[in-house]
Design a protein around this ligand. Structure first.
Ligand code: E4P
Length: 217
């Protein structure tokens, strides 16, 4: 299972990368805006800065919603750096654009996926990644993890190569359950990744070992 970090914050990306478990980064317009990045050049430079920190895939989202606009923007993003994956929304022109990008060898991440049917379309179009938003489904009293299970079953039935990138992850249990269900990737806030470290018996055990080590120091 690959771990991506779901942020545009360079300090958090560095911290996760230094932990040695980071395989990539996902961003979206909300996360970019949160960093206070203003203007097209600054946004482009920020994507390059992220690519220079990590060695894996970095999703950069298009803003356009029409086919021509998505293609123009996506081609520009893809040219920025070899690690860039063009993130495209699950809309009609988005699916068309994913198919186009696939034919040109440009990798894509189909975002804002909330149903198995949408995930099937993304795979048919040749998306590299599909991003089901499990936390946002949970937020509206729908089981986000059930969607991961359904997509896994459909993709396995037909040997689709599209990777399931579990997104909108809120906490460590989401990561564990996504791993159990066979998601290929989880994109997570840093806190959800570091929460995986925690167990009170680890802390108690370490305290005892350190206390006992003093007896023969
Ligand atoms: C990732 O690609 C998504 O943009 C992200 O996980 C959305 O998460 P949110 O629901 O916490 O905004």
């Amino acid at each position: 299972m690959k771990f991506f970090i779901d942020t545009a914050n360079l300090a958090q990306i560095k911290e996760a990368n230094e932990l040695g478990v980071l395989d990539g980064v996902t961003t979206n317009p909300t996360l970019m805006a949160k960093e206070g990045i203003k203007g097209r050049d600054a946004v482009m430079q920020h994507y390059i800065d992220i690519c220079n920190i990590v060695s894996g895939d970095v999703s950069a989202e298009v803003i356009a919603t029409d086919f021509k606009g998505i293609v123009a923007e996506g081609e520009e993003l893809a040219k920025l750096h070899k690690q860039i994956v063009v993130k495209v929304p699950m809309i009609k022109d988005g699916v068309k654009a994913i198919h186009y990008f696939t034919s040109k060898g440009i990798r894509t991440n189909c975002t804002l996926v909330f149903s198995p049917g949408q995930a099937l379309l993304a795979a048919k179009a040749g998306a590299t990644y599909v991003s089901p938003f499990i936390g946002r489904l949970d937020d509206v009293s729908t089981d986000g993890l059930q969607l991961i299970a359904e997509i896994r079953e459909i993709y396995d039935n037909y040997n689709f190569k599209t990777q399931i990138l579990a997104a909108s992850i809120r906490h460590a249990m989401h990561i564990i359950n996504c791993a159990k269900l066979g998601a290929d990737v989880a994109t997570c806030p840093l806190s959800a990744i570091t929460d995986l470290l925690k167990h009170p018996l680890t802390d108690i055990g370490l305290e005892k070992f350190l206390a006992d080590a003093k007896k023969f120091a």
